[in-house]
Design a binder for this molecule. Structure first.
Ligand code: BES
Ligand code: MG
Ligand code: ZN
Length: 476
């Protein structure tokens, strides 16, 4: 496990990560080496240096404090990931971050990039010790502006992000709906939030028609997870609710997906569930003063047994009917029941997060989350601000009622598909029908799962949403 630590005074370490605007020799390098560093880093052409000085890895990243803060922090995070790779190649266990720049919190971003870039998913390798990364300890040189609390919260944030990545990367033969619920229960016990798991008979009793329809083709039972964190001094009277799509595997059902580049990554279809579970885990661990509820409807989507057939009409938990014309548009069916379930809590805001549409991925690629909704005001603004701060950026799509026309059905209240145009938006508008509170929808189909490593985001599950929600709740 990786750990970020406060460096003791005069801590001597082999490897150094220097953040600077104007490089100073605060170290014990001989003049010749130091002059070289200075000349190199002060050269306009160079932004960073990585140098192996007699087995000591020295990296210097030059920053321009006139650049926007979000961009600066992201550059430093990315450099952190690069250095984690270098240290692992050299089989080294630790590094010290020294920040000579005026923004003292840049050390935290360097540590974050090192930590998140050090992630591996190797549980299933029989010889995992052989390939295990060596980097363990990331020291931050003490500064007045950085407290133990900052470092604790950063450790919790990075750990929660890696937990979400693990859950996403775990294939369905290891993580079905019940196993996902068990993972949440363990997290609740550890962090101090309650986890109520409703089983199939409770789900039937509640008439969650959408969740049951999607589960009909599966041998595994569905679960509905209610996670609650309510500190006694909560700042919000009405809860803020997070809803995560928990499709532990999406074959498309009878509207079967093709395998290459499509079904083969569909263990990622519970990335929304992982994000909300791991966010509430971190929030509870940090003991933030906010009342949060996380809801996760969970099932796999398969074509077996009585799998719902395209054309079926499904009665949803709220009593409305849906003409299910495509069994691959399953996410909205299970989320709809969860959004209806949320009404009883009279929430201040509900945010759902889901790997919902190929349309969002086609529009934005893996660099942005599609955001849309009817929520307005300070909380919505804070969510967008957090998304830029943590670099899990939200790109907003329109949410006009005109799009509802595309969901009209002649034989039911609405269809579960809106046709070939504006697929990400029609999915959001479908979901909005099940809400009666301020609502915001996040479609993470693009950024949830990568086909190749990108900076501190690994190949596979990225944990997107966790850092966003943590920063959002810290900001309110
Ligand atoms: N889980 C998929 C969406 C998805 C696609 C997630 C790519 C991650 C990467 C979702 O259930 C789905 O199949 N959506 C369909 C909806 C369509 C049938 C209306 C889609 O986007 O093609
Ligand atoms: Mg699908
Ligand atoms: Zn899906």
């Amino acid at each position: 496990m990786t750990q970020i630590l406060f460096s003791p005074k005069n801590y001597q370490t082999k490897h150094l990560f220097v953040i600077t605007e104007n490089y100073q020799n605060d170290f014990e390098f001989i003049d010749k080496v130091n002059d070289y560093f200075k000349a190199y880093i002060n050269n306009k052409e160079n932004n960073s240096l990585i140098y192996n000085y007699l087995g000591k890895l020295v990296t210097i990243i030059k920053i321009d404090s006139k650049e926007p803060s979000n961009i600066l922090h992201e550059k430093v995070r990315k450099h952190g990931a690069k250095i984690a790779n270098e240290l692992n190649k050299l089989k080294q266990t630790e590094i010290l971050i020294v920040n000579q720049s005026s923004d003292k919190t840049l050390s935290l971003s360097a540590a974050e990039g090192l930590y998140l870039g050090n992630y591996q998913f190797i549980n299933h390798l029989s010889k995992k010790e052989k390939v295990k990364n060596s980097l363990k300890h990331i020291y931050i040189s003490a500064e007045k502006q950085i407290s133990i609390k900052h470092i604790n919260e950063l450790n919790i944030t990075c750990d929660a992000t890696c937990k979400a990545r693990d859950l996403v990367n775990e294939p369905v033969n290891f993580l079905n709906a019940k196993a996902l619920s068990n993972a949440f229960k363990l997290m609740g016990k550890e962090a101090g939030f309650s986890v109520d798991v409703l089983n199939k008979s409770r789900i039937k009793h509640l008439k969650m028609g959408g969740l049951l329809a999607v589960n009909a083709g599966s041998v595994d039972e569905p679960t509905f997870n209610v996670m609650t964190y309510k500190p006694s001094k909560a700042l919000n009277k009405k809860p803020i609710i997070l809803v995560g799509k928990g499709v532990v595997y999406d074959t498309g059902g009878l509207s079967l997906k093709p395998t290459p580049n499509s079904m083969d990554s569909m263990k990622c279809d519970m990335a929304g569930a992982a994000a909300v579970g791991c966010a509430i885990y971190a929030i509870a661990k940090m003991k933030l003063n906010v009342h949060v509820i996380a809801l996760v409807p969970a099932t796999d989507n398969r074509p077996g047994y009585n799998a719902f057939a395209p054309g079926d009409i499904i009665e949803m938990m709220d009593g409305s009917t849906v003409e299910m014309l495509n069994s691959d548009a399953e996410g909205r069916m299970i989320l709809a029941d969860a959004l209806h379930y949320a009404k009883q809590f009279k929430p201040e805001l509900v945010i759902d997060i889901a790997t919902l549409t190929g349309s969002a991925m086609a529009a934005l690629g893996s660099n942005a989350t599609a955001g849309m909704g009817n929520a307005e005001g300070i909380l919505k603004t804070k969510l967008i601000t957090s998304s830029f701060k943590v670099h899990e950026r939200i790109a907003e799509l329109p949410f006009w009622d005109d799009y509802n026309d595309l969901l009209k059905s002649d034989i039911a209240d609405q269809k579960n598909i809106g046709g070939s145009l504006a697929g990400a938006i029609t999915a959001g508008k479908f979901l909005e029908k099940f809400t009666d509170y301020p609502y915001y929808h996040l479609d993470i189909a693009g950024p949830a799962f990568l086909s190749a490593k990108d900076g501190y985001r690994p190949k596979g599950g990225t944990g997107v949403g966790v850092r966003l929600f943590i920063d959002f709740f810290k900001s309110i």
